[in-house]
Design a protein. Structure first.
Length: 109
């Protein structure tokens, strides 16, 4: 079954996508229409970075590290406050990865 993903105009400035590009986004709503399901997605939503980190950082996924707060300017910068829920776990190191590998993969730096 085919589906169509729709982003609103108020997305991240400077981002350009082409047909068949793979895009990570937050699923907002699924609407049924005469042409099939339409999927409303967002990359600028306030929960997008939280869900992305939950999927990409195993320590957050397994509950060893908690995201306390996120400050974000979509397309510019992001700051994430994390805390360890288990002793002996480095929360910042878990999110950044060895030599910044995870943060580069997430943010494309």
């Amino acid at each position: 079954m085919k589906a169509e993903g729709i982003c609103s105009q108020s997305q991240i400035p400077g981002e350009r996508f082409r047909v068949h590009d793979r895009v990570r986004a937050l699923l907002l709503e699924v609407k049924s229409s005469s042409r099939g399901p339409q999927i409303l997605i967002s990359r600028a939503h306030r929960n997008f970075l939280r869900r992305l980190l939950e999927n990409e950082v195993p320590e957050i996924y397994h509950g060893m590290v908690e995201i306390r707060s996120i400050a974000r300017e979509p397309g510019q910068r992001s700051k994430v406050a994390v805390a360890a829920l288990q002793p002996g776990v480095d929360p910042v190191g878990a999110c950044v990865g060895i030599r910044g590998v995870r943060s580069r993969r997430l943010y494309g730096n």
